[in-house]
Design a protein around this ligand. Structure first.
Ligand code: PEP
Ligand code: MG
Length: 572
């Protein structure tokens, strides 16, 4: 039966395909006494054999698609499954204690996992993770439930999930994954941000996608209106196919602006930059006419792996981006881990409020080895292009001063070692904490630039978790409170002759762009796929008119009043 779910439009576009549920199955095990241990052992061995052939196929596929270092993870899993030290005790337990295979497997594996995790040895800790993974796979076969293998998807699908972590999202194969929908999340959760840069239509925060959608159901993800249609009528499919085609035509129109500068109708130039997560994203920056990289979220270099990236690995990535941009500005943000971006291998204690916790610059100033390694890699790469360094989550002037002093120290050390470093590297901060926005006039005397991170600035100003769909109505970029803070930051920068950019999602927002132009923003950094539309909007606007509009809306009372005023002004 046809039905529809409402959610949050997280990534523009329309996708129509069969559902693929990316959901962890229930693997709860209970202890049972059995009467035929030999048959039970045979059942266990069969589950092991099926798991091995499945892993072999996943391994071969990973090697083809992602290279041999990613495939090595599955080699390790295959080794675990062939290890008599793990397998023999399970079979003994079935035979001697006459218990079911599921229970024998779980008990034995848990014992090894606990033992390895307690060792103060990285290698053994990784083995514990391997055993945990492999156990899940064998258990799923014993219990007759399916665990999803997203890397094996070989037809067009829409992913259905409770939530997707940023590293889940990064691993989605764009050839086959046409769209996704999740139960939780908001417009500025990182999976949504990545979906936009990968141009995968997405609707998040539907609350019940996993309950309502079964594998194989036909699904339409309408990432424009935030709707998910399940088993739609042929008429509705046809309507959406037409909309999809119209959206394609609109994009072809915008594409004509790819080599143009971004200039308002009266001739004011602003810079349209791109937010990237990996050097691979440069392709999209170029094909969408990005004039700079306004935010390189380096944390993705640290994710989807088992240990910290080395200085040389980082150097290679930063150099590739700087060279790829051929002298255009590249703003690299130092590690911003925490919130919805986790690094399991750092073994940080779980926190009650991770978005308010030990994250980003707070972690870097404490764990200085991690920070200094990144800064050295950046300094060494600086001579390959136009590097600017930006510190995230700065709440106090003291944090900025400390971070800058560490950067200076590393620079001096490299210079005394004879390593070449660019003469001048602009150093700026993200303004994403209200205290910093309020104190922008003070900061402006010491930083080279500001980049306003509205995803967090709105979250902290409105006290509304950006991951929580129940409070997503408080994500209000047009609320006069936010606009006044943005104005304070831009004015403070200009007063000291510095520039102000914005790299939160608000910078690419159709309704916000006229106001930001009016407030004097110098640089707009957004998902590469939003750049051409933004350029077409700015081309039609007059800066003095938008300045007047911005001044008017700062005196309005609600976000709704602001939206109405903007719409009335630009439709004139
Ligand atoms: C922001 O907070 O606006 C920002 C750009 O950083 P992130 O989305 O990575 O937190
Ligand atoms: Mg942020």
């Amino acid at each position: 039966m046809a039905s529809m779910l409402k959610g949050i439009a997280a990534s523009n576009g329309i996708a129509i395909a069969k559902a693929y549920r990316l959901i962890e199955p229930d693997l709860t095990v209970s202890k049972q006494t059995i009467t035929a241990p030999s048959e039970e052992t045979a059942r266990f061995q069969e589950a092991v054999n099926i798991s091995k052939s499945e892993l072999q196929a996943i391994r071969d596929n990973a090697e083809k698609q992602l290279g041999s270092d990613k495939a090595a993870i599955f080699d390790a899993h295959l080794l675990v499954l062939s290890d008599p030290e793990l397998i023999a005790p399970i079979e003994d337990k079935i035979q001697n204690e006459q218990v079911n295979a599921e229970f024998a497997l779980k008990e034995t594996a848990d014992m090894f996992v606990m033992m390895f995790e307690q060792m103060d040895n990285e290698y053994m800790k990784e083995r514990a993770a391997d055993i945990r993974d492999v156990t899940k796979r064998v258990l799923s076969h014993l219990l007759g439930v399916q665990i999803p293998n997203p890397s094996m998807i070989s037809e067009e699908v829409i992913i259905i999930a409770e939530d997707l972590t940023p590293s889940d999202t990064a691993q989605l194969n764009r050839t086959y994954v046409k769209g996704f929908t999740t139960n939780i999340g908001g417009r500025t959760s990182h999976s949504a941000i990545m979906a936009r840069s990968m141009e995968i239509p997405a609707v998040v925060g539907t609350k019940e996608a996993t309950e309502s959608i079964q594998n194989g159901d036909l699904v339409i993800v309408d990432g424009i209106n935030g709707e998910v249609h399940i088993n739609p009528t042929p008429e509705l499919v046809q309507k959406y196919e037409q909309e999809h085609a119209a959206y394609g035509e609109q994009k072809a129109e915008w594409a004509k602006l790819v080599n143009e500068k971004t200039v308002s109708a009266d001739g004011r130039h602003v810079e349209l930059a791109a937010n990237i997560g990996t050097p691979k994203d440069l392709e999209g920056v170029k094909s969408n006419g990005g004039e700079a990289v306004g935010l390189y979220r380096t944390e993705f270099l640290y994710m989807g792996r088992d240990q910290l990236p080395t200085e040389d690995e980082q150097f290679d990535a930063y150099k590739a981006v700087l060279e790829g941009m051929e002298g255009k500005p590249v703003v690299v943000r130092t590690l911003d881990i925490g919130g919805d971006k986790e690094l399991p291998y750092l073994d940080l204690p779980k926190e009650m409020n991770p978005f308010l916790g030990f994250r980003a610059i707070r972690l870097c100033l404490e764990e200085q080895d991690i920070f200094r390694t990144q800064l050295r890699a950046l300094l060494r790469a600086s001579k390959y292009g136009n590097l600017k360094i930006m510190f995230p989550m700065i709440a106090t002037l003291d944090e900025f001063r400390q971070a800058k002093a560490i950067l200076e120290e590393e620079k001096q050390t490299l210079l005394t070692q004879g390593v070449e470093v660019a003469d001048r590297i602009e150093t700026g901060i993200m303004v994403e904490i209200p205290s910093t926005a309020v104190m922008a006039d003070t900061f402006a005397k010491e930083v080279d630039f500001f980049s306003i991170g509205t995803n967090d600035l709105i979250q902290y100003t409105m006290a509304a978790d950006r991951m929580n769909e129940r409070v997503s109505y408080l994500y209000q970029p047009y609320n006069p409170a936010i606009l006044r803070l943005v104005k304070m930051v831009i004015d403070a920068a200009h007063k000291e002759g510095k520039w102000a950019g914005m790299c939160g999602e608000m910078a690419g927002d159709e309704t916000a762009i006229p106001l930001l132009l009016g407030l004097g923003l110098d640089e707009f950094s957004m998902s590469a796929t939003s750049i051409l539309r933004a350029r077409s909007i700015i081309k039609r606007l007059s800066q003095p008119e938008m300045e007047q509009l911005a001044n008017e809306v700062l005196g309005l009372r609600t976000a709704e009043e602001v939206v109405n005023a903007v719409q009335a002004a630009i439709s004139k």
